[in-house]
Design a binder for this molecule. Structure first.
Ligand SMILES: C[S@@+](CC[C@H](N)C(=O)[O-])C[C@H]1O[C@@H](n2cnc3c(N)ncnc32)[C@H](O)[C@@H]1O
Length: 336
């Protein structure tokens, strides 16, 4: 069995446990603080003084300098001899990960409500934020936009694996169901010239995606279609569903899959991209995202046999599986 990061050698070494978790917890807080205050973007544009950055964030200079010193200690920022703060290569990485860092902060907040959430029978998210996750994002577009950035960051993590290990059979139109900001769809269209794409998602999500797609050189090849996958999806010969089924219960997944099954052509394919749970359990990414799905959406990650049962119940059969030990796997299914 792989060694657990937190509950293995760290738990056996209290000094490292304390230092590591404190660095993660307060590093995450410091990162979100400077991102939210606009300081990271400002420093990516050029060096600045403490006074300028404190004015920008409307925070006291002394406390801000201590936070910035912490980030200098981790080479996320640097400081010139004349006292100006400046960006390092890690500052850009931090900016790219801003959606994920906001997501981590929400996870930490909602985990404080885990026990009452379980007792009340709903997700940690609904317990802490007062609404199910996608309703909350629809009502709070600035949080929805950060979530979309997080999804794009996650997609970029899996795209290299996807294209290296899994080729799609020839297709004319690909529909990304719950495709968020279109990161996966645009990557697939770039990889498969001469094809067209449909970005299908809730209206509030597509309102955020529309300018992103319009700015892409591939915009001409994309149609945006609003709707809910509990009712109807557009017709295509290749369907993508990345990180969709894991948000929902088995019963809800059967409804989503049945919606696709009603319109998929006989030669069409559905490609599900999700974590596959190890069996027996291992301290891997899938095991932690399983808890994340319980917390965020009342959903779950699944073992391959559990996916197979969902497909069998909705008129699909697994044709190919590209298993990714380090993250999301690819399960391609055909209608039967
Ligand atoms: C976890 S995100 C995955 C996004 C994208 N597939 C990816 O992997 O980057 C779930 C997506 O499902 C969308 N969604 C949620 N409920 C939906 C519904 N009923 N119909 C269509 N899309 C929905 C959300 O707006 C969001 O974009």
């Amino acid at each position: 069995m792989a060694e657990s990061i937190v509950f293995g050698d760290l738990l056996d070494d209290p000094d490292r446990l304390f230092t590591s978790l404190h660095t993660v917890l307060f590093g995450m807080g410091a990162a979100n603080l400077v991102l939210r205050a606009g300081i990271v973007e400002r420093l990516l544009a050029g060096p600045a003084t403490t006074e300028e950055l404190a004015a920008l964030g409307q925070v006291p200079q002394g406390e801000l300098a201590r936070v910035l010193d912490f980030l200098v200690g981790h080479a996320v920022l640097a400081r010139q001899d004349d006292g100006h703060w400046l960006a390092t290569p890690r500052t850009a990485r931090l900016f790219e990960a801003r959606g994920y860092l906001a997501n981590c902060e929400s996870s930490a907040l909602m985990n404080s409500a885990w026990l009452p959430a379980l007792r009340a029978g709903h997700s940690n998210f609904a317990e802490y934020f007062g609404q199910p996750v996608f309703a909350y994002f629809a009502a709070n577009p600035e949080r929805g936009a950060l979530f979309g950035e997080f999804m794009g960051w996650m997609t970029r993590r899996v795209i290299r694996f996807l294209f290296a290990s899994h080729r799609f059979q020839p297709f004319v139109t690909v529909a990304d169901i719950g495709g968020s900001m279109g990161d996966l769809l645009l990557a697939v269209l770039a990889e498969y010239p001469g094809t067209r794409g449909v970005l299908f998602d809730l209206p509030e999500t597509l309102a955020l995606a529309r300018p992103v797609i319009a700015a892409s050189p591939l915009a001409e090849r994309v149609d945006l279609v609003e709707g809910t996958f509990f009712e109807a999806v557009p017709v295509a010969d290749l369907y993508l569903m990345k990180q969709i089924l894991h948000d929902w219960t088995d019963e809800e997944c059967r409804t989503i899959l049945a919606t696709v099954r009603r319109v998929i052509p006989a030669r069409g394919r559905l490609v599900v991209i999700d974590h596959i749970l190890s069996d027996p359990p291992a301290p891997d990414e899938a095991q932690s995202t399983d808890l994340a799905m319980m917390a965020w959406a009342g959903g779950r990650e699944r073992k391959l046999a559990e996916f197979a049962a969902l497909f069998a119940a909705t008129g699909f059969a697994i044709e190919r599986v590209s298993r990714n030990p380090a993250g999301h796997s690819v399960i391609e299914v055909c209608p039967v």
